[in-house]
Design a protein around this ligand. Structure first.
Ligand SMILES: Cc1cc2nc3c(=O)[nH]c(=O)nc-3n(C[C@H](O)[C@H](O)[C@H](O)COP(=O)(O)OP(=O)(O)OC[C@H]3O[C@@H](n4cnc5c(N)ncnc54)[C@H](O)[C@@H]3O)c2cc1C
Ligand SMILES: *[C@@H]1O[C@H](CO)[C@@H](O)[C@H](O)[C@H]1NC(C)=O
Ligand SMILES: *[C@@H]1O[C@H](CO)[C@@H](O)[C@H](O)[C@H]1NC(C)=O
Ligand SMILES: *[C@@H]1O[C@H](CO)[C@@H](O)[C@H](O)[C@H]1NC(C)=O
Ligand SMILES: *[C@@H]1O[C@H](CO)[C@@H](O)[C@H](O)[C@H]1NC(C)=O
Length: 544
């Protein structure tokens, strides 16, 4: 299933629109490129291969290089950009904005390319991609405990560069080393340091952004409204982020990691998962313990069948001697013993969480190539849980994992509390704070060989599980997480425009009441809605 099949348009309308766009794009293409080369004539950008057009032999590989979800892979029939611009300087971003405006072309900005719905590289209107792959420096200031991170840097590059300079400084962002700072920090960003230090977006001190007028702004010149909006509200609605200044946080030189797997068909494991809901968000802030439910193959007497497992995974910010009494006090039923635990540096824990064998040198995190293997498709959804869910309901949910004959699926319970409860709901646009016990994540991943029936089956599976959970998660609005973008929640039209009322359906899920302030900021800084996509913040209509 490819992108166009998600379009609400009926097929013959698509044909009409595409033939119209093809004609239009041929025209825009030439004019746009002329405009760009004129504006960049003072730099050697064109020669330096900063602009890739479809006639360039590297165009497809550049376009494909950071596509992470093969559900939105490029195919001969999928929409493609008129050009991919890979800037080295702010001036090239400015020129792209100027020429896109001049010639009615939309901009898609891509940093790490992990957007679940491909919005950073796919559009149904004539468009170009600003791909920030060349802007990826990370400058760490150990004395100041800050770093300037360019938007195209990956989390792996951020973590590695910090660890190179200091063994006791870290940054609270996501697990996966290939995720880009550009999208991730601007949508929230959580990982192993969430409970102690909050989100990546909670730890941003300054930013450089190019706005719809083509101005390069920093925190002071953009003002506190815009600076607020791009930390969790999705910078994509407001401009192109070039770099972030982040606050580094203190970490111990050794952390303790454990991964305890329990058979979920045993009654005591069911009780354990149920009890975790009451304590996961109350543990000491140095202790983050999340639970993943999935199936695994079990072979008895030559017969292989899937069995349900609960995996309790933790990173404790300290040594094992301190962790064991804490676990004995807070969650004794898990029966954690020293042999379950591994002490290592923070950077090694990140290497481990990315699935590399223990002992792999941390510079593996600098590898920017896509993980090998056959193309995978995935769909993720997130919910927030305020009240513990009964054992019976949980069991009904877990059983759904047996329904999938192909692919890998899991549910994950990720604890909040500690620092997350202390940050006010309106501090930044990300609103899910005090009162939330945990985030409930749904994920399904499968080998995409183009079998549409199978793709649909996986989509139906996750949508059905999500529907089933409705009574047990936050409501009015039902919470959602922007970095797990979900177009099932509602979408703007393909041109990226919508009404305030329509956008509120998904906007309030991601941002609760902060949505209104985001609309206000959007109206102020981008009243003509230049930066838009299928889930961008709409400006209010101009009042005369
Ligand atoms: C394998 C995988 C693991 C993940 N793990 C985690 C995790 O542990 N924790 C977590 O919180 N999230 C996680 N995510 C979700 C991830 O945080 C989001 O997908 C995030 O938006 C990705 O950022 P990106 O730059 O890689 O993606 P992109 O696709 O490049 O961008 C995502 C969005 O941000 C916009 N954007 C990108 N760069 C800029 C910029 N410079 N200026 C303005 N707008 C920009 C894009 O246009 C798009 O709308 C994961 C996703 C995947 C696929
Ligand atoms: C190019 O450089 C010249 C001289 O340095 C300057 O006057 C002109 O404004 C520049 N043009 C652009 C498009 O930046
Ligand atoms: C894109 O990359 C994937 C590997 O990640 C590869 O399987 C696929 O063939 C590539 N597609 C194109 C069009 O090059
Ligand atoms: C379980 O076994 C099946 C059939 O051999 C295989 O396709 C699947 O990938 C296995 N699943 C896991 C989680 O190992
Ligand atoms: C496609 O997937 C469906 C569901 O998994 C399966 O029944 C069917 O055999 C597959 N078709 C092909 C051609 O592999």
């Amino acid at each position: 299933m490819k992108y166009s099949e998600f379009s609400p348009l009926i097929p013959f309308v698509i044909t009409l629109i595409f033939s119209f766009f093809c004609a239009a794009s041929a025209y825009n293409h030439k004019d746009f490129l002329q405009c760009l080369s004129h504006h960049l004539s003072n730099t050697s950008s064109v020669d330096a291969k900063l602009i890739y057009t479809p006639i360039n032999p590297s165009y497809v590989s550049i376009l494909n290089s950071t596509i992470m979800n093969s559900l939105f892979a490029i195919s001969p029939s999928s929409p493609k950009p008129l050009a991919i611009i890979t800037p080295l300087h702010a001036s090239e971003v400015q020129a792209t904005i100027f020429c896109s405006k001049e010639h009615g072309v939309q901009i898609r900005t891509r940093s790490g390319g992990h957007d679940s719905w491909g919005l950073s590289y796919l559009s149904h209107v004539p468009y170009v991609i600003i791909d920030l792959r060349n802007l990826r420096s990370v400058e760490v200031d150990v004395k100041d405990k800050t770093a300037w991170v360019q938007a195209g840097a990956t989390l792996g590059e951020v973590y590695y560069r910090i660890s190179e300079k200091s063994a006791t400084l870290g940054f609270p962002a996501g697990f996966c080393y290939t995720v880009g700072a550009g999208g991730h920090f601007s949508g929230g960003g959580y990982g192993i340091l969430l409970r102690k230090y909050g989100l990546a977006a909670d730890n941003i001190l300054d930013a450089h952004i190019v706005d719809a007028e083509g101005r390069v702004l920093d925190r002071k010149s953009m003002g506190e409204d815009l600076f607020w909006a791009i930390r969790g509200g999705g910078a994509v609605s407001f401009g192109v982020v070039l770099a972030w200044k982040i606050r580094l946080v203190a970490i111990p030189s050794k952390v303790t990691v454990f991964n305890v797997v329990r058979d979920l068909e045993k009654p005591e494991t069911k009780i354990l998962v149920h009890q975790w809901q009451y304590v996961g968000d109350k543990f000491h802030e140095d202790l983050l313990l999340f639970v993943r439910i999935q199936t695994a193959n079990s072979t008895t007497k030559g017969n292989t069948k899937p069995v349900l497992q609960a995996t309790f995974t933790s990173v404790f910010l300290g040594r094992v001697e301190k962790l064991l009494p804490l676990m004995q006090k807070s969650f004794p039923k898990l029966g954690l013993v020293k042999e379950d635990c591994l002490e290592m540096s923070w950077i090694q824990s990140i290497v481990l969480f990315n699935g590399f064998p223990s002992g792999t040198p941390p510079n593996v995190l600098l590898d920017r190539s896509k993980p090998q293997g056959s193309p995978m498709s995935f769909i993720a959804k997130a919910d927030y849980v305020e009240k513990p869910i009964s054992e019976e309901v949980l069991e009904r949910v877990w059983e759904r994992l047996y329904e999938l004959e192909v692919g890998v699926a899991f549910f994950q319970l990720y604890p909040y509390g500690a620092r997350m409860s202390k940050i006010p709901q309106s501090e930044i646009p990300f609103p899910h704070r005090a009162g939330n016990r945990f985030e409930f994540t749904y994920l399904v991943r499968w080998n995409d060989d183009g079998n549409v029936t199978r793709n649909e089956r996986h989509l139906e599976w996750i949508r059905s599980a999500y529907a089933y959970m409705t009574p047990y998660v936050t409501k009015n609005p039902r919470g959602a997480y922007l970095n797990y973008r979900d177009l099932d929640l509602g979408r703007n039209n393909d041109k990226g425009t919508t009404s305030y009322a329509q956008a509120s359906t998904w906007g309030k899920s991601y941002f609760k009441n902060n949505f209104d302030r985001l609309v206000h900021v959007k109206t102020k800084v981008d009243p003509t809605n230049f930066f838009r996509n299928e889930q961008s913040i709409p400006p209010l209509p101009l009042r005369w």
